[in-house]
Design a protein around this ligand. Structure first.
Ligand code: ADP
Length: 488
C-alpha cells in the first residue's frame, strides 16, 4: 500500500479500492493541477490486467449477496453513502478542484451535492418501483427486474465526481456490483469516494474503484464476467469498447459528446440568448452538452453579436479557487495543444477568427474564449467536437435553413433553441436532432428524464428508470391463472 497524500489539506490514497481494501500497482502515473501545472499532485497506482482481474473477482464474489438484499436494504446503503458525500462535500470539492480545475464554488454548491443526490434519487426510485402486472390469455403476467451482475463504469475526465456517481448509482440500486474506472487525467475525487464507500459499511466488493487508462480499460471490457458496461468518453474509445462488448454479448451504453447547436430566432429574447451563448465558455467549454455552434437568424445578427461580445468580454480567466473566475484552466497541456490545433487549421483554411484564438498566457492551460465564423458548414471546426472554449458562429434566413444547419453534423447529444413563439418552440424542438433539447434555457436537468445521444453522440439512455432497466435483466413471469394456490 502506498502512503496517503495531502491534496489541499485532504488525505487521499493513490491506490485502487478492491474488495473493500486498498491495492497498489507496481507502476504509477502522475496527476497535476491544471491551473498550476508545475504542481504535481500525486503518483497514482496504474492498473493493469492483473488489477482488472482482482477487481472483477471481487465484484463477482460480492454479487450474489448484494443482489439478494431487499431493495430497502440496498437503498439504505445508498442513502448512507449520500450522507457521507454531503458531510465531506468540501473535501471532495477541494480535491476535484485541484485535480480537474472545475471552479471550487460550483463544485461545492452544485456538482458535489448533485453526486449525493444521484445516490438518493436512485435509492428512492428503485425502492418505489412497481412491477408491471397484467392478465392476458389466461395467464397472470409480471415484469421483474433481475440484477444483471458486475457492472463496469468508465468515466471521462470532465466533471468526474458528478458523472461517476450519476452512472454508478443506478447500477448499485439495480442490485449490480460495480467497478468504476475514472479517467487517468482526473482520478482523485474517485479515491475520496472509495474512502466513503469503506466508511459507509457497504459490503466489500460491492463497489470497487480502479485507476489507469486503456490497458486496464481493455482488460476490464473484455472480461466475460462483466455483465454491463456504461461508458462516457470519446467515439474512438467507444468503438474499441463496443467491439469487446460485442465479443461477450454484453449490453453497453455510450455517451460520446456532441457538437450541439444554439439556435437563435429573431423572435427570441436576444439579450438572454447572447448571454447563454457567451456562457458556453464556462468550464473552458469542456462540457459534452455545450451549445458550441451558435446559429443565429440573419435579421438579428448584429444585435446578437453586440450582446454576445458584451457578455463574452465579462469573462474572467483565472484559478479555480477564485470566486471571480468564470473560465477555468483546461485539463492538460496535451488537450490545450489539441484545441489550438483546431484553431490553427481553421485559420489556415480561411475561417475567420472573430475573437480569441490563442493561449491566454504562454506555458499555461488557458485558451482565450474564441469565436470562429467558418467559411463553410463543412469546416472542421463546425463538424468536429473541440471540447474547449471555441464556439462557431453561423447565420440563417428561414426556419428550415436554421434547423438544417442545426442538424448538419454527425452528432446529436443536445440542442438549445431561443424563440418567443410557442408553436415554433414545439415545432423546432421536435425537429432538432438531440437526446435533450432545451428551449430558452440550458443544463436544467430532471434526473428521471432520459439522457443520451443520437448518431455518433452515443448509444442508449441513462437517467431514471431508463438506467435501472439497462442495469437489469428484465424478465416476464407468466403463471397460468387458477393453476396455483396459496399454500402458506
Ligand atoms: P477523452 O478524449 O475524453 O479523454 P477517452 O475516450 O480517451 O476520452 O477516455 C474516456 C475514458 O475511457 C477514460 O476513463 C479513459 O481512461 C478510458 N479509456 C481509454 N481507452 C480505453 C480503452 N481502450 N478501453 C477502455 N477504456 C478506455
Amino acid at each position: 500500500m502506498r502512503d496517503r497524500i495531502d491534496i489541499g489539506g485532504v488525505s487521499v490514497s493513490p491506490d485502487h479500492f478492491i474488495g473493500g481494501k486498498r491495492v497498489s500497482s507496481p507502476r504509477t502515473f502522475e496527476t497535476r493541477c491544471p491551473f498550476d501545472w508545475d504542481r504535481k499532485l500525486a503518483d497514482i497506482s496504474l492498473g493493469d490486467a492483473d488489477t482488472a482481474n482482482q477487481a472483477v473477482e471481487a465484484a463477482t464474489k460480492a454479487f450474489p449477496a448484494w443482489a439478494a438484499l431487499c431493495q430497502a436494504e440496498r437503498s439504505a446503503h445508498l442513502h448512507r453513502l449520500a450522507d457521507l458525500i454531503e458531510e465531506r462535500k468540501n473535501d471532495i470539492a477541494m480535491v476535484e478542484c485541484l485535480d480537474m480545475a472545475m471552479l471550487l464554488e460550483s463544485l461545492q454548491l452544485r456538482l458535489v451535492p448533485r453526486g449525493a443526490l444521484n445516490f438518493r434519487n436512485y435509492a428512492d426510485l428503485a425502492a418505489e418501483h412497481e412491477e408491471r402486472v397484467w392478465s392476458s390469455k389466461g395467464t397472470a403476467n409480471r415484469v421483474i427486474r433481475m440484477p444483471a451482475g458486475p457492472a463496469l463504469i468508465i468515466t471521462p475526465w470532465n466533471a468526474p465526481f458528478m458523472l461517476s456517481t450519476w452512472k454508478c448509482a443506478p447500477a448499485l440500486a439495480a442490485g449490480n456490483t460495480v467497478i468504476l474506472k475514472p479517467a487517468d487525467w482526473s482520478p482523485l475525487s474517485a479515491s475520496v469516494l472509495a474512502d466513503l464507500i469503506a466508511e459507509s459499511g457497504m459490503p466489500p466488493g460491492v463497489f470497487n474503484i480502479v485507476q489507469g487508462g486503456a490497458e486496464i480499460g481493455n482488460a476490464l471490457t473484455s472480461d466475460p464476467r462483466i455483465k454491463r458496461i456504461s461508458f462516457t468518453g470519446s467515439v474512438p474509445t467507444a468503438r474499441i469498447i463496443g467491439r469487446n462488448a460485442a465479443e461477450n454479448i454484453v449490453p453497453f451504453t455510450a455517451e460520446l459528446g456532441g457538437k450541439s447547436a444554439l439556435l437563435v430566432f429573431e423572435d427570441a429574447d436576444i439579450d438572454a440568448a447572447a448571454k447563454k451563448a457567451a456562457g458556453q465558455y464556462d468550464d473552458s467549454g469542456q462540457v459534452c452538452m455545450a451549445g458550441s455552434r451558435i446559429i443565429v437568424q440573419e435579421s438579428v445578427r448584429e444585435k446578437f453579436l453586440e450582446r454576445f461580445h458584451h457578455y463574452a468580454d465579462q469573462h474572467v480567466l483565472g484559478d479555480s479557487f477564485d470566486s471571480a473566475t468564470t473560465v477555468s484552466a483546461m485539463i492538460h497541456p496535451i488537450h490545450v495543444e489539441r484545441v489550438l490545433g483546431f484553431i490553427e487549421r481553421a485559420r489556415a483554411a480561411g475561417d475567420t477568427i472573430v475573437r480569441g484564438g490563442k493561449r491566454w498566457k504562454e506555458g499555461q492551460n488557458w485558451i482565450e474564449p474564441t469565436l470562429i465564423e467558418p467559411k463553410s458548414n463543412d469546416s472542421e471546426v463546425v463538424q468536429s467536437e473541440i471540447f474547449g472554449p471555441v464556439l462557431t458562429f453561423q447565420t440563417f434566413a428561414t426556419e428550415d435553413e436554421g434547423v438544417a444547419l442545426a442538424n448538419s453534423t454527425a452528432y446529436g447529444l443536445s440542442g438549445i433553441i431561443y424563440t418567443g413563439d410557442a408553436a415554433r418552440a414545439e415545432r423546432v424542438g421536435r425537429q432538432v436532432r438531440g437526446g435533450t433539447v432545451w428551449v430558452n434555457t440550458f443544463l436544467v436537468r430532471d434526473l428521471t428524464a432520459p439522457f443520451g445521444g443520437i448518431g455518433i453522440s452515443g448509444i442508449g439512455r441513462e437517467g431514471g428508470d431508463y438506467a435501472l432497466d439497462f442495469h437489469s435483466d428484465l424478465k416476464t413471469l407468466q403463471i397460468l391463472e387458477g393453476s396455483v394456490r396459496d399454500c402458506s
